[in-house]
Write a protein that binds this ligand. Structure first.
Ligand code: CTP
Length: 401
């Protein structure tokens, strides 16, 4: 999944021959899962039609402050467009528009939108080589750089004039990867590897039966998604669950038993920067696993159980620089028990779920948690969605690593 998935991209098109390439650019943005709206300068409509772009973007195309085709005039609000956008991409960006952007000129809808947008702005210059080299263009670039607008550099090659040199708009594929890399590079967890466990474990009794629990895996999956959205490379070791995730930064390792989970966690822990163990690992497993299905021959059956390995404690005892997070589910003396676990398992942070709180715990979509860290800082949260709890947790981790 692209980092652009679900993002609102406002594409500003200006009047250069490279405008014809914006049809593929819109198609690629849409393919990457982004929502696309297009604002055109009047001159750009000579090079590519609004109908092409509205068809590809599946949205109306804006080019003037009012909608001339309507009987009753409709105001196209540049402020609303600017607020809607997660990113404004001006491509192609002509020397004329760049100069206007650099100097606060506001004589069309695109420029008004640019001036009111608070989101990051990318621009892909496209012009003839002499214009590209002209000192006024260099000045525009400098000013736009001071405004934190991001240039997607033009490339060298044959230009529409027949001249060969710098000034060709970057190809649509390159514009997309430039933006993706720029966004990824700025994410706070970029370059960090996060190991996460999720879901229940199943401990075999015989070939068809097991001891398990009701953990849905939702909490761990939400943490994995949020961590990947913040740029981390995620290893998600999960017990049997109906949860699914598809993200280029998440590698899912499905396991069944606590021993499988233990092995997978130890395979990846040394190279991890952060480990968050949210799985509900069975505490006990049958001492012997019957080779054949157990028949109901007697009126009662006694299973002898033995303790499983404590995965969290085992990595706590070998941890070096890693930031280690565990979960605790308590029903009494909650804070004291959780603090004890934090110390015993050598954790940096423990997330306490209290079963006494309505809406908290295993199965639902919400959770009510308290963070206790290794400096004894205690933060209690309201009832929140598991996605929000994941976000709180990762913000806490980011502030520490
Ligand atoms: N955990 C683990 N391996 C186990 C058991 C637990 O990694 N075999 C982890 C869980 O993923 C969780 C934390 O340890 O992060 C929970 O600790 P645990 O001691 O099991 O606490 P509770 O489940 O609350 O159980 P109890 O209080 O009965 O010890």
């Amino acid at each position: 999944m692209s980092i652009l998935s679900g993002k609102n991209i406002l594409l500003g098109i200006t009047g250069g021959i490279a405008a014809y390439k914006t049809a593929s650019l819109v198609r690629l943005f849409v393919k990457s899962g982004a929502n696309v709206k297009v604002v055109m300068t009047p001159a750009s409509k000579e090079f590519v039609t609004p109908l092409t772009l509205s068809t590809l973007s599946k949205n109306p195309v804006y080019s003037s402050f009012t909608n001339e085709d309507e009987d009753t005039a409709v105001w196209n609000s540049h402020v609303d467009l600017g607020l809607w956008a997660d990113f404004l991409v001006v491509a192609p960006a002509t020397a004329n528009t760049l100069s206007k952007m650099a100097n606060g000129v506001c004589d069309n809808l695109l420029l008004a939108t640019y001036l009111s947008a608070k989101c990051p702005v990318y621009y892909a210059p496209a012009m003839d080589l002499d214009m590209y080299k002209h000192p006024t263009t260099a000045q525009s670039f400098e000013k736009l750089n001071d405004f934190n607008n991001i240039m997607i550099p033009a490339t060298s090659g044959e230009l529409a004039s027949g001249l060969v040199g710098e000034g060709r708009m970057a190809e649509p594929e390159d514009i997309i990867s430039f933006i993706e890399n720029d966004i990824l590079g700025k994410l706070p967890l970029r370059g960090k590897k996060i190991l996460i466990t999720a879901g229940p474990t199943y401990e075999a009794i015989d070939p068809v039966r097991f001891i398990g629990n009701h953990s849905s895996g939702k909490m761990g999956f939400e943490i994995a998604k949020e961590a990947a959205n913040l740029g981390a490379e995620v290893i998600l070791v999960t017990g049997p669950t109906s949860q699914t995730v598809s993200h280029s930064l998440i590698k899912v390792i499905p396991v069944v038993s606590g021993q499988d989970m233990y092995n997978a966690v130890h395979d990846h822990f040394q190279s991890a920067d952060v480990a968050i163990l949210s799985a509900a690992v069975a505490d006990y497993k049958p001492k012997e696993v019957a080779v054949e299905k157990i028949k109901k021959n007697s009126t009662s059956l006694t299973l002898e159980l033995e303790k499983t390995k404590d995965i969290l404690a085992s990595i706590g005892s070998i941890k070096k620089q890693q930031y280690l997070v565990g979960f605790a589910l308590e029903t009494q003396d909650e804070l004291e028990n959780a603090k004890g676990k934090l110390k015993r398992k050598n954790l940096n942070l423990i997330v306490l779920n209290s079963l006494n709180d309505k809406g908290a715990g295993f199965k639902g979509d919400t959770n009510k948690v308290t963070f206790i860290d290794d400096e004894n800082k205690i933060t209690a949260f309201e009832l929140k969605s598991k996605a929000e709890v994941a976000s709180d947790l990762l913000n806490k981790i980011i502030s520490h690593i």
